[in-house]
Design a protein around this ligand. Structure first.
Ligand SMILES: Nc1ncnc2c1ncn2[C@@H]1O[C@H](COP(=O)(O)OP(=O)(O)O)[C@@H](O)[C@H]1O
Ligand SMILES: [Mg+2]
Length: 250
């Protein structure tokens, strides 16, 4: 893919993100004990694991909120450790944090515009806004309402949409299913798939809900107390007996 900004021969064809031996601490608690994985262009990758496994710390280590003590984080061929959030967003790397942290006192439309805060391409912003409001008619219907008045599922859609307004090449999603009803989760995951296919966005999805995540992911990594303990394609993991027992309810 020579026309893609991230296609760098030195990093392999279309390698978007690579973590290599990342170790991250909270005080003297080692939350990541040497984590390595990679994501290629246009993949959906899931990191699965129980509560406390270190999934969120993986994402916050990538974007520098919890800077790794050692190891490398390489995005589109460059080590991004120490870079500011703004510089990462400008570079197309956008995180949607856990708990759908939208601005409750701003309207839906204002929340969406916030996602484009670093962009100056007015036409592009308008096009992306149209695309999002078409994909989520419920957000269009509630455009003038305060974000805080939305249901949990609608807030998650708004949080993802706000991320999309930064026009990411890679989206990091932390537990988009958390606390939502099954039917709402279904539609969120359908949307994740659609974004990946239509916008060609590379997606790293962190989830406790292994069943659903494996239905949309191409490959997945299983994390247990700060380490990647298993990796494979989604179908390999769905058919793996230990994975079924531990994460898929038998
Ligand atoms: N701010 C923090 N201070 C101290 N320990 C933390 C903090 N955040 C997470 N941890 C610890 O780091 C480990 C990994 O947490 P986390 O990355 O949030 O896991 P997950 O997202 O998989 O549930 C856990 O043992 C957790 O208690
Ligand atoms: Mg978490």
């Amino acid at each position: 893919m020579p026309d893609e900004p991230g296609a760098n021969a030195a990093t392999g064809a279309g390698r978007v993100l690579e973590l290599d031996g990342v170790r991250t601490f909270y005080g003297n608690i080692e939350a990541l004990k040497g984590v390595s994985f990679h994501i290629d262009r246009q993949e959906i990758i899931a990191i699965l694991g129980s509560n406390g496994a270190g999934k969120t710390t993986c994402l916050s280590s990538i974007v520098g909120l919890t800077p790794p003590r050692s190891g490398r984080v390489v995005y589109e061929g460059a080590d991004i450790r120490g870079r500011s959030t703004d510089s990462l967003v400008k570079g197309g790397l956008v995180m949607v944090p856990e708990g759908r942290r939208i601005f409750p006192a701003l309207t839906v439309l204002e929340n969406l515009r916030m996602g484009a805060y670093l962009r100056r391409d007015r036409q592009g912003i308008k096009d992306d806004l149209d695309y999002i409001l078409e994909m989520f008619p419920i957000l269009a219907a509630r455009a003038g309402q305060d974000g805080g008045t939305l249901s949990g599922g609608e807030q998650q859609m708004l949080a993802i949409s706000r991320g999309l307004m930064g026009r990411p090449r890679m989206l990091l999603l932390d537990e988009p299913s958390l606390g939502l009803a099954p039917i709402v989760i279904r539609s969120i995951f359908d949307t994740i798939k659609k974004i990946n296919q239509e916008q060609k966005t590379t997606i790293l999805l962190v989830e406790q809900n292994a069943n659903l995540a494996l239905q949309v992911a191409h490959r997945a990594y299983i994390m247990t107390t700060g380490l990647i303990t298993l990796e494979g394609t989604a179908s390999e993991l769905m058919n793996d007996e230990s994975v079924r027992k531990a994460y898929l309810g038998g």
